[in-house]
Design a protein around this ligand. Structure first.
Ligand SMILES: Nc1ncnc2c1ncn2[C@@H]1O[C@H](COP(=O)(O)OP(=O)(O)OP(=O)(O)O)[C@@H](O)[C@H]1O
Ligand SMILES: [Mg+2]
Length: 311
């Protein structure tokens, strides 16, 4: 069984320090670092580092083909790439005195047949029992129902499907009843129109969403407040660990990928949520856009507490 990621919108995450940032003058960057990123790539990297068989289906911008391919090979990820014209989009993260400024490029429009080739490649390579993670924004040219259309095809192959998306892509995916969704607070509010206050409401509203839509499980991530994991039968809460916060980048991807890694090897919901939260805490305590490895998560795991919540 493998952990199968999909990346329709890979990127270069460019982090720079600009201690004095003033929109009216020329600003000097002190430190610049580029990392290959994109949600699907992050989930694939974590899965591979944790020792899973990690597969990835992706759109690969031709101008950066060699760079991307050698990165994925180094990370031990088995990938199937559909070439698309252009270069990797850049997601700029500027650390300033007042906090982080983030500017994400949308990415170049994708030819429609390329998106379908990527979906078919995933469907063809998927085997029964695989955990398929459909994550991230969709580039221009890829319709909102892209994940929704892929879910039944993967289910037909006997795969588990997990979706981490926003807006129309997440809404459409719900109609196809994925096994798991991982919204954060804002994504959950946009999806349901509800803004739960407190952990009990997070669990209750997630449970109602399950009853209404037939989605298998909701892992609602709450940033520094932790995460809840709700199924039809139970609701669990993992408070966030107190760790030095160095970079929030990849926290959600680490939570999802480690959670799926754990479920895929047969762990129960409690153990899976615990590993997910340990990996997410490790991600926030690592600098820059670095994804955590199993030793980072294992070191924090004993500190994770899981509470049962009545629903
Ligand atoms: N400040 C923090 N301290 C400790 N843990 C944190 C902190 N922020 C986030 N986490 C952990 O990371 C998990 C995911 O964070 P969050 O809810 O911010 O995800 P997200 O918004 O999807 O992130 P991403 O930007 O990666 O998509 C949380 O459930 C929590 O376990
Ligand atoms: Mg997220």
């Amino acid at each position: 069984m493998k952990l199968f990621s999909l990346c329709m919108n890979p990127s270069v995450d460019r982090t720079m320090d600009c201690p004095v940032f003033d929109v009216r003058s020329t600003n000097r960057a002190r430190f610049v670092r580029d990392d290959i990123g994109g949600k699907g790539i992050n989930t694939a990297v974590l899965a591979s580092r944790f020792g899973a068989v990690s597969a990835l289906s992706l759109l690969m911008p031709e101008d950066d083909r060699e760079r991307l391919a050698s990165f994925l090979r180094r990370e031990g990820i088995a990938f199937g790439a559909v070439p698309v014209p252009g270069r990797l989009r850049i997601n700029l993260k500027i650390r300033t005195q007042g906090g982080m400024v983030e500017i994400n490029e949308e990415g170049a429009p994708v030819p429609p047949q390329a998106a379908e080739m990527c979906a078919s490649a995933m469907e063809t390579e998927a085997s029964p029992g695989d955990f398929c993670m459909l994550t991230g924004s969709l580039p221009p040219g890829v319709p909102d129902d892209f994940y929704a259309r892929l879910i039944p095809r993967l289910r037909h192959k006997g795969c588990f499907t997990a979706v981490d998306a926003d807006g129309g892509a997440l809404k459409a995916a719900l109609d196809e009843k994925p096994d798991l969704i991982k919204p954060n607070r804002q994504e959950f509010a946009r999806l349901t129109g509800l803004e739960p206050r407190g952990i009990a409401e997070c669990c209750l509203f997630s449970h109602r969403l399950i009853s209404k839509t037939g989605v298998g499980a909701v892992c609602l991530s709450l940033g520094g407040d932790g995460a809840v994991y709700v199924t039809e039968r139970e609701a669990l809460y993992a408070p966030a660990l107190q760790v030095p916060v160095r970079s929030l980048h990849g926290a959600g991807d680490s939570l999802l990928s480690a959670l799926c890694f754990s479920l895929c090897r047969g762990d129960g919901a409690r153990a899976a949520l615990a590993l997910g939260c340990a990996a997410a805490a490790a991600a926030v305590s690592l600098p820059g856009t670095e994804m955590p490895g199993p030793e980072d998560a294992e070191a924090l795991l004993p500190r994770v507490k899981i509470e049962k919540v009545d629903i």
